[in-house]
Design a protein around this ligand. Structure first.
Ligand code: ADP
Length: 278
């Protein structure tokens, strides 16, 4: 592979092929990302280039209102959902990008169907919205911790696929990214949270409870990838043990998705000769 893989190389290395998704195995996916970016230096250069390009593309999207982009970031605790979003959009105007983080549902959210809180903040035309956690928590944490009856969880895979299809058919592209880290790397990052004073605020004892359920979460993720990687909204598994490679790969995917929208600045609707500014 060249030092900077093409957008296509990154897409094909990370996608969960909808045609073969049923037999998808998460264990076979690497967590390091060295096949795509040999060195961290290459990854950083690629991220820089893509972040600049993402800003340009977002500007055209905002001007044209030709559609919307929803980026769904999922991943186990410490996989870097915040970091990946921050880096990909580091040069993008905050006016055109919204980020929504979904934690434990509130009482009001629980009184509605589980998609309610997501649908109402899905992007409007011209905007990019990032979901940091998403509807998938309702088949991940909810399944692993038995927060809803198994029969209800079972119905949700098809409901989520239908929901995403409806968004796509109405002009929103849906890019789904799972940040894939190893258990060893998660251990390192949790230790770092305890040891580095500036990171202590991120430590949540509940994360250790979830770590004990590592295998259950991996199985629940695998089921999501098998059942919800669809032609209209396929999943991508991004190796996330290295922060720089993770951010470079995520940014390549976001850039590729925006480029696929074939965005153009709109016709201004007037003739330049009409106006003279003195
Ligand atoms: P993060 O860990 O993403 O930085 P928080 O510390 O706020 O952010 O954690 C969010 C928590 O909310 C996670 O433990 C997650 O599993 C939980 N959560 C998200 N969605 C749901 C849901 N639908 N039902 C129950 N718990 C949820």
């Amino acid at each position: 592979m060249p030092s900077q893989p093409s957008l296509k190389d990154v897409q094909s290395a990370t996608i969960v092929d909808p045609k073969k998704a049923k037999s998808f195995s998460l264990k076979e996916r690497d967590t390091r990302g060295e096949k795509l970016f040999e060195s961290k230096k290459d990854a950083k250069a690629s991220l820089e280039e893509d972040a600049i390009k993402i800003n340009e593309l977002q500007d055209t999207l905002f001007a044209s209102k030709a559609g919307a982009l929803l980026v769904i970031l999922q991943g186990i605790d410490t996989s870097g959902k915040d970091g990946a979003a921050k880096e990909a959009f580091r040069f993008t105007s905050p006016l055109g990008v919204m980020v929504h983080a979904f934690g434990k549902p509130t009482e009001e959210e629980l009184a509605h169907d589980y998609l309610w809180r997501l649908h109402k903040v899905a992007p409007r035309k011209g905007y990019i919205t990032v979901f940091n956690r998403s509807q998938y928590e309702d088949v991940l944490v909810v399944k692993v911790r038995n927060l809803a009856p198994a029969s209800m969880v079972e119905q949700r895979y098809a409901q989520i696929n239908d929901f995403e299809k409806m968004l796509v058919e109405n002009g929103t592209r849906v890019l789904k990214i799972m940040l894939h880290i190893s258990k060893e790397e998660q251990g390192e990052r949790l230790r770092e949270r305890l040891e580095v004073p500036e990171k202590r605020w991120k430590f949540n004892p509940g994360d250790l409870e979830d770590r004990k359920l590592w295998d259950e979460y991996q199985a629940a993720y695998e089921t999501v990838l098998q059942r919800c990687s669809t032609p209209h909204a396929p999943w991508h598994v991004v190796p996330a043990d290295s922060r720089s490679r993770r951010d470079a790969i995520t940014s390549r995917l976001i850039r590729a998705e925006l480029e696929a929208m074939k965005l153009e600045y709109p016709d201004p609707g007037y003739r330049l000769e009409q106006y003279k500014i003195d």
